[in-house]
Design a protein around this ligand. Structure first.
Ligand code: MG
Length: 422
């Protein structure tokens, strides 16, 4: 049997991406601490990116502007220009594509490159990574860090733990070295491990990534089941595979195996809704929840279903209808328009007590043509930034203006934890 050659995968990460782009274009702030914040006029705005100088004052991404200014009163605050960052990100993708066709966008500032097939043309991996760094720096002013390994997971880990911290911004983590390099690291440094998972591992007496890796998988699954229930098997396996550096997933957009059939939410109203404005507010909130879920999971749906139950409860009327949209999407505005179309086609103006919204017929949201659908990327990135902030601060952190009217329930709902609709 022929032995399969090891792949060479890069995870290229742009340092302090938004802030770097702004500094390049505002050279007067070259030596000043700079941050990009959601709403620079308000101390409650959120830091979206901070340059290395700002970080040296302790300013961190996703903290409130007020906190950042307490640490660093001289901080220069800039308003985000998403379209521009997306344009720069696409330029950087084009540079990567001079090195390999296999480029996968992981986020606006992180991309995977499978360079296995093109190494011969460019020399060894480190030389190639240096060449990429120089080219991106020269053309965009952005500093790129590169983690190198034989799969995506390990290259991501190589970037996060080492390449972001060292002088050269390049780090190679060979699979054969994970026992000596990765396993002594504390569990909270592992990709995908947040504070809840950290305390779970610590409670189990697992302090290092090696402690997880060396636990037999069936035993780890048992320990997860005892705490998180039956559904946690997959999570246990993901953790175990990560700790052992196992990942066969290819660097290619569009692979998708585990999509659920649909994502939906439902909301029961605390009183009858009869005005279109009020109904629209609820439809928008539902759309936002469903689309956010889809984006988080990486799905785009092409069929939308809307259901409605009208008063009175004893003898309810209502409808449940679906329609196909032009293209698969998880964009809030696009789905909202479709939801309204569908709802008003069938609503007979009776008082509404419950509304549900579902997206189905999924395709992976990685399946899009970069150069052809730039507008779509712009929308996607804005949605993602919104999601990130909501994940961090709860869904009340960003609420659409209509939700602040009396019919809006997002604010109220976000203050409870889960469970009151679905
Ligand atoms: Mg970055």
């Amino acid at each position: 049997m022929r032995e399969q050659r090891e792949r060479v995968i890069f995870l290229a990460d742009c340092q302090s991406f938004y802030a770097s782009v702004e500094k390049v274009e505002h050279p007067q702030y070259k030596d000043r601490p700079v941050a990009v914040a959601g709403d620079p006029a308000r101390r409650s705005g959120i830091i979206l990116a901070a340059c290395p100088i700002a970080k040296s004052y302790g300013v961190t991404t996703a903290e409130r502007l007020g906190e950042a200014l307490n640490k660093c009163p001289d901080l220069v605050i800039m308003r985000p220009r998403m379209q521009h960052y997306i344009d720069v990100s696409l330029m950087i993708t084009q540079i990567y594509k001079e090195y390999t066709d296999l480029v996968e966008i992981f986020s606006i500032d992180e991309q995977f490159l499978d360079v296995s097939g093109s190494l011969r043309m460019f020399g060894d991996p480190t030389t190639m990574a240096q060449s990429i760094q120089q080219k991106v720096l020269k053309q965009t002013g952005v500093n790129v860090r590169v983690g190198i390994s034989s799969n995506k997971m390990l290259s991501k880990i190589a970037t996060d733990i080492w390449a972001k911290k060292n002088e050269s911004g390049i780090f190679t983590l060979p699979k054969s070295d994970i026992e000596t390099l990765l396993w002594p690291q504390p569990v909270n440094k592992m990709f995908g491990v947040g504070s809840r998972m950290t305390s779970h591992f610590l409670r189990l007496g697992m302090h290092t990534i090696g402690d997880i890796a060396r636990t037999p998988l069936p035993r780890l699954k048992e320990q997860f089941r005892a705490r998180f229930g039956k559904q946690s098997n997959i999570q246990a396996e993901v953790m175990w595979r990560t700790a052992n550096g196992l990942d066969d997933s290819p660097v290619t957009p569009g692979t998708f195996n585990t999509a659920p059939k649909s994502v939906g939410h439902m909301i029961t109203l605390h009183k009858d809704y009869i005005e279109m404005d009020h109904v629209n507010t609820i439809l928008l909130e539902l759309t936002e929840e469903v689309c956010r879920d889809c984006r988080r999971k990486g799905y785009m749906g092409s069929v939308i279903s809307v259901s409605c139950m009208c008063s009175p409860y004893e003898d309810p009327t209502g409808f449940s209808r679906q329609m196909k949209m032009l293209d698969p999407t998880n964009n809030t505005n696009v789905v909202f328009e479709a939801a309204k179309t569908l709802f008003y086609r069938y609503w007979d103006t009776l008082p509404v007590r419950r509304i549900g919204l579902t997206l189905s017929n999924f395709a992976s949201d990685q399946e899009y043509q970069l150069t052809l659908f730039e507008d779509q990327i712009k929308l996607r990135s804005l949605d993602k930034v919104t999601d990130k902030i909501k994940d961090r601060y709860g869904s009340a952190a960003i609420i659409r203006a209509s939700s602040l009217t009396s019919s809006g329930q997002a604010l109220e709902r976000s203050q409870k934890i889960g469970g009151h609709y679905k």
